[in-house]
Design a protein around this ligand. Sequence first.
Ligand code: ZN
Ligand code: ZN
Length: 303
Amino acid sequence: MNRLAVVALSALLSTPSIALGQSCSGNPVTVQILGSGGPAINPTRASSSYLLWVGSQAKMLIDMGGGAFLRFGQSQAKQSDLSLMAVSHLHPDHISDLPAFLWLSNQNRKDALPIVGPTGTNDVPAFQTFLERLFDSKTGAFQVLGTTLGGPPVAGAGGGVRLEVSTVDTSKTEPSTVFDRDGLVVTAMGIPHGPIPALAFRVQTRGVSVVFSTDQNGTHPKFIEFAKGANVLVMHLAIGAGARNPIHAAPSVVGRIAQEAGVGRLVLSHIGAFDLDAAIAELKQNYTGPLTIGADLQCTPVQ
Ligand SMILES: [Zn+2]
Ligand SMILES: [Zn+2]
């Protein structure tokens, strides 16, 4: 090894271990952002993912975009504590870290993991089909994860925890209850996101409610009712001031929805590469309530 390499190696070895992220476990109910970015490559924001903490346990995981696997580790959440994983839609920036998350998960958790996702359309497979294409023990891309769908373990391979899969019809016009266990009541509703409908989730626990709107264009007439009075509403600020897009709501529309829903706090996430100050200024023309601009690993107590 030459001298330069020795210097480089010793510098690496003396680097203090990477700090664990902020734990959100100190409040009755907390929203933690694991990924506050969207699909674009970003030096500080992972793609979309959230945790809902109840006391000292992360009980619900919403989405698993690229980078969320690392953020989950930094959050110090435990796979064994999760009551539910909710998947909003099948764009890669919301689901691409799922195989990494499940691989060897059976070493951390014995109980099946309830997981809910959307039905399909011509443009996207149904959630069950998506999972089979990934994990089927004979035809899947990750045959070693066949145990997640009830397949036999592969000799010498690690496998993953069994999934308890359910789907929500995104074309239904009324919200559906998708989970009512462990002190969590979760309802879901389809929202328009271009050709790929997505699911928004509303969670009620310990007397408070949180709504996770994923990507949407803001045109669903009933979404405001769905989000009405939530203590915290997480919305996606995917496009900048003055931009218009059939898939994503403009900042002014995000502001109007939060205002009309009368939420206790608006948390902005899925933040793209645009002039954020200008986007917030446009949003604030329609929204006057408490506002949090999301960041990875940030904790927002729900009260
Ligand atoms: Zn997205
Ligand atoms: Zn999307």
